[in-house]
Design a protein around this ligand. Structure first.
Ligand code: SIN
Length: 523
C-alpha cells in the first residue's frame, strides 16, 4: 500500500470515474496524488451496472439526449451544464474506447440499450451489467502509466486545510488511526455520494457524504441537497445487501408486479415500468402501503423474457441473485426502492470551481445543476467523465495563481481513539430516521422530527477520534443538510416529494437551494 506524500501539486480525493479522469488531465501539469478511502475498487463507479448514456447511435441526436435530461430534471436543470454534458459526452467516450474500455457490441457496432425516461436506445454497457467496473479498469490502467499520478489507498480525508481563505490540502486518518496532513496547490473533491445516510441504499459502504461534510465545515456553498434519487429496484431479502437491479432490466422488458401479481405500473404512468425513477419509486411505495402484508414488497418479473439472453446480458445480476437462491430466469425477484444518488452537493460552476478558492468538486459530490431535481438514468458516469475532465483542466491554472506556498506539514501523529461502543447504534438511528422521515415521501411534521433530533446529536459527534467516528460525523452533517433543504422546499419537484405540497410552485421554487453555514436561500 502506497502512503501519501506530505506535499503535491494537485490533490484528488476519490478514485472513481470523476477523480481518475481529472487526475489524467492534471498529470500534464504537475504531480497528482489521488486518495482512495479504501481500495480503488470501493466506489460507486465500480458498482454501476446499467451503463453510460450518450447520443452515439445512428438513430439518436444530441438534442434528444438534451431534451430527455431536461424533462427528467423537472424544470431545474442548469441548461448550460446539460449542453456541455450531452455535447462533450460522445468525445469523452471515444477517448475511453481509445484507452481500452471494452463496451459491448452487436456485431461490429456498439450495442445500446434503453432505460427509464430515455426516448432512444442510448445506454452503452460493458460485460453486460459491469459497465462501471470496466470503465474504472481502463481509467486506472491509463492513470498507472502516467508517472505524475500516485494513487494512495486507505487514506481517509477528515477535513480540508484552509490557509488565508484558500484551500491548500487535507488532514487524513489511516485505517489504523494515524493522523497526517498533505498539502497541495488545489484540491478536487471526487468523493462520490451519500447513500449511507439511509437505511436502504444501493451505494457502497464508503458513501458517507464525506465531501459535502468537509466542504460545508470549511464554509463552502452546498446546493440542492433535498434532491436524493431513490432507485426503484433494489433486492429486498433479509440479510442480503440492497443489491441494485439495473433499470436496464426494465429496459429489456421486465415488469413490476405487486403481491397480488398485478402488473401495476401502467395505471401510474403512460411509460409504465420505464417512467421516471421518482414516479416508479412512489408507485412502489403506494403499492407497499395498500398491501395488507406484514412485510410487504413488490416483484421484478423477468420470467417472460428469454432466459439465455438474460444470463448473457446480465451476468452479474444473474449470479448475485443465484447466490441468494433466486433464478431470475424463472423466479420473481423481491424488491423495494433504495437511496441511490444525490443530485445536490458542493455547489460548483461549469469547471468544477466551488465557492472556496482552490477547492474543486466533480462527479456525484459536485452540484453543477446538471441533473436538476432528478437525474436521467445513466447520466452519472457521463457526468463524472465530462465534469471530471473539465475540473482537471481548470485546476491546472491554479498552479499559476497559487499565492500561498503550502506550509510544511506537521508530523504524523497516532490518534487511535477509544472504540465508541454506541457509535454503530447511533449511525443506525440516523439512517432509520432519514429513511422514514426524509425519504421518498416527506412532510413538514415528518421533517421537523429528524432535524430536531440531529441538532441534539451535534455535540455528541463533534469531536471524532476514529475513522468510523469521522464517518458518523459526516453522515450527521450531510443528513442535516438534506433534511433542512427538504423542509425549506415547500413544493414537490423531481425526486423531492412533499405530501403537504404535492405540486410544483414555480413562482417560489423554480430555483436551486443553497446552504452556507446557518443560512439557506433559493437562487
Ligand atoms: C441502473 O443500472 O439502473 C443504474 C444506472 C443509473 O443509476 O444511472
Amino acid at each position: 500500500m502506497k502512503s501519501a506524500p506530505p506535499e503535491t501539486d494537485f490533490l484528488v480525493i476519490g478514485a472513481g470515474i470523476a477523480g481518475l479522469r481529472a487526475a489524467i488531465e492534471l498529470a500534464q501539469a504537475g504531480r497528482v496524488v489521488v486518495l482512495a478511502k479504501r481500495e480503488v475498487t470501493d466506489s460507486a463507479t465500480q458498482l454501476a451496472q446499467g451503463g453510460i448514456a450518450a447520443a452515439l447511435s445512428d438513430e439518436d441526436e444530441v438534442s434528444l439526449h438534451l431534451q430527455d435530461t431536461l424533462s427528467a430534471g423537472d424544470g431545474l436543470c442548469n441548461v448550460e451544464a446539460v449542453k456541455i454534458l450531452v455535447e462533450e459526452g460522445p468525445e469523452r467516450i471515444e477517448e475511453l474506447i481509445q484507452w481500452g474500455t471494452e463496451f459491448d457490441h452487436n456485431g461490429t457496432k456498439l450495442a445500446f440499450t434503453r432505460e427509464g425516461a430515455h426516448s432512444r436506445n442510448r445506454i452503452l454497457h460493458a460485460h453486460g451489467d459491469s459497465t462501471g467496473r470496466e470503465i474504472l479498469r481502463a481509467l486506472y490502467a491509463k492513470a498507472k502509466i502516467l508517472k505524475n499520478i500516485s494513487v494512495c489507498e486507505f487514506q481517509f480525508s477528515t477535513a480540508l486545510r484552509v490557509e488565508n481563505g484558500r484551500v491548500c490540502g487535507v488532514f487524513l486518518i489511516s485505517d489504523s488511526g494515524i493522523q497526517d496532513e498533505i498539502t497541495a496547490s488545489a484540491v478536487l473533491l471526487a468523493t462520490g455520494g451519500l447513500g449511507q445516510l439511509y437505511r436502504n441504499t444501493t451505494n457502497p459502504s464508503v458513501a458517507t457524504g464525506d465531501g459535502v461534510a468537509m466542504a460545508f465545515d470549511a464554509g463552502a456553498e452546498i446546493s440542492d441537497m433535498e434532491f436524493v434519487q431513490f432507485h426503484p429496484t433494489a433486492l429486498y431479502l433479509k440479510n442480503a445487501p440492497r443489491f441494485l437491479l439495473s433499470e436496464a432490466l426494465r429496459g429489456e422488458g421486465a415488469y413490476l408486479r405487486n403481491l397480488e401479481m398485478h402488473r401495476f405500473m401502467p395505471k401510474y404512468h403512460p411509460m409504465a415500468e420505464l417512467a421516471p425513477r421518482d414516479v416508479v419509486a412512489r408507485a412502489i411505495v403506494h403499492e407497499l402501503e395498500v398491501s395488507k402484508a406484514k412485510d410487504p414488497m413488490v416483484y421484478l418479473d423477468l420470467t417472460h423474457l428469454n432466459g439465455e439472453h438474460l444470463k448473457k446480458r446480465f451476468p452479474r445480476i444473474y449470479s448475485t441473485c443465484m447466490q441468494y437462491n433466486i433464478d431470475i430466469t424463472s423466479e420473481l425477484i423481491p424488491i423495494r426502492p433504495a437511496a441511490h444518488y444525490a443530485m445536490g452537493g458542493v455547489h460548483t460552476d461549469l469547471e468544477g470551481r466551488t465557492s472556496l478558492p482552490a477547492l474543486y468538486a466533480a462527479g456525484e459530490v459536485g452540484a453543477t445543476g446538471v441533473h436538476g431535481a432528478n437525474r436521467l438514468a445513466s447520466n452519472s458516469l457521463l457526468e463524472g467523465l465530462v465534469f471530471g475532465a473539465r475540473a482537471g483542466q481548470a485546476m491546472r491554472e491554479e498552479l499559476k495563481h497559487a499565492t500561498t506556498k503550502p506550509q510544511k506539514p506537521k508530523q504524523a501523529a497516532s490518534s487511535n481513539g477509544p472504540v465508541d461502543a454506541g457509535l454503530e447504534e447511533l449511525i443506525g438511528q440516523i439512517q432509520e430516521m432519514m429513511w422514514t422521515d426524509v425519504g421518498i415521501v416527506r412532510s413538514r411534521t415528518g421533517l421537523r422530527r429528524p432535524i430536531h433530533h440531529l441538532e441534539n446529536l451535534s455535540s455528541r459527534l463533534a469531536h471524532p477520534r476514529t475513522r468510523r467516528a469521522y464517518e458518523a460525523r459526516n453522515i450527521h452533517v450531510a443528513s442535516l443538510l438534506v433534511a433542512r433543504s427538504a423542509l425549506a422546499r415547500e413544493e414537490s419537484r423531481g425526486a423531492h416529494y412533499r405530501i403537504d405540497y404535492p405540486t410544483h410552485n414555480d413562482a417560489k421554487f423554480l430555483k436551486h437551494s443553497v446552504i452556507r453555514g446557518d443560512s439557506i436561500r433559493f437562487v
